[in-house]
Design a protein around this ligand. Sequence first.
Ligand code: GUN
Ligand code: ZN
Length: 419
Amino acid sequence: MIHAFRGEILTTPAPDLVQHYLDGLLVVEDGLVVALGAYADLAGRFGDVPVEPLSGLIVPGFIDTHIHYPQTGRIAAHGQQLLSWLEQHIFPAEKAFASRAHADHVAAFFLDELLRNGTTSALVFATVHEGSVDALFEAALSRNMRIISGKVLMDLGPEGLRDTPEAARGESEALIARWRGRGRLGYAVTPRFALTSSDAQLRVAGDLLAAHGDVMMHTHMAENRGECAAVEARFGAAHYIDAYDRFGLVGPRSLFAHCIHMNDAAMGRMGQAGSAIAFCPTSNLFLGSGLFDLTHADRFGVCVGLGSDVGAGTSFSMLATQGEAYKVCQMRGSVLDPFRALYLATAGGARALGLSDRVGGLQAGQEADFIVLDPGATPLLAMRTQGAGLAEKLFAMQVLGDDRCVARTYIAGILAHSR
Ligand code: GUN
Ligand code: ZN
């Protein structure tokens, strides 16, 4: 089936590339973009194709490079920084995912919430339970969403939320075999963080990553100062990254959430390895973890995407996350351009997930995941964006907007959510 969408279209397919068509046309065939451009330029070539007019600003679907679906119900948990927040609020909630029925229920709610917020692809933490991954993948498959996830490896976790190196290997292998090549799903080997895995289990994670060229590695690094001190003490490491590096976990298919407390050697190693970072501003502020330094990552050529990191993150909205990223950059003495922020939330995220050829830029050949943003979603936004230019309008939505701005979400050219 071939069809087209006509309206104002904005995309940032590369770091310094902005494509904007005031009267644009997006042509989609069997879920893939066939052409993107000015209506006047494409109308002749696609004269027979049915066209749906869309009012608002069409942009690529957002890509959340780090989020925990089992923590959905624990968002906004008061009072602690990382390590005690995990003990007090998160581990008890994750134990409930031993129940497949509970996992199914939360997975459905979670994916619908992503769609309401215009997020069409995500790299997602599940729990230590194999069934938590099956639940998420089944729900994502039925929605045709591009979701990457994997069983959490944590043999040093608390009672009731602990596996073994052998179970980690066996269950991960089973999940990879069961889900490989299905729908738009991808697998990530997912050691929770260095403190919850034994050396033997980190070795298993490295083996899995080496054995399967089509899987990612997803973990946390250098988020909280207490965490960093504990890791460096346990591993006798000069920096946290050495603990992962020893087990072959720092490579081009690896994504590390946070990376706040980095030195030049650690950031340089990330750049050299081609590893990616998920910048999670709402989470880093909420847990008092610190201020990510985007210019430091830039200096070493490290690939960065944006992550909501719900439940430590305080919003599912990648618009709100862009607004908070702007504020964190201000605190670090740099100014985040609104088009770069959009890039981080779309094509930049795709690059961080190794999906540049598939999603993020609405380029010909890519999958047609896109959203329609409403710059007049609230009275204040309507007032602020009245007569505004493109950059001003985009920035206002990043600072003032959230799910209310997402009028429609399309997955592979098909309407999946309408406000
Ligand atoms: N480090 C280890 N586990 C977690 C988690 O669940 N959330 C965050 N933000 N950091 C972590
Ligand atoms: Zn996280």
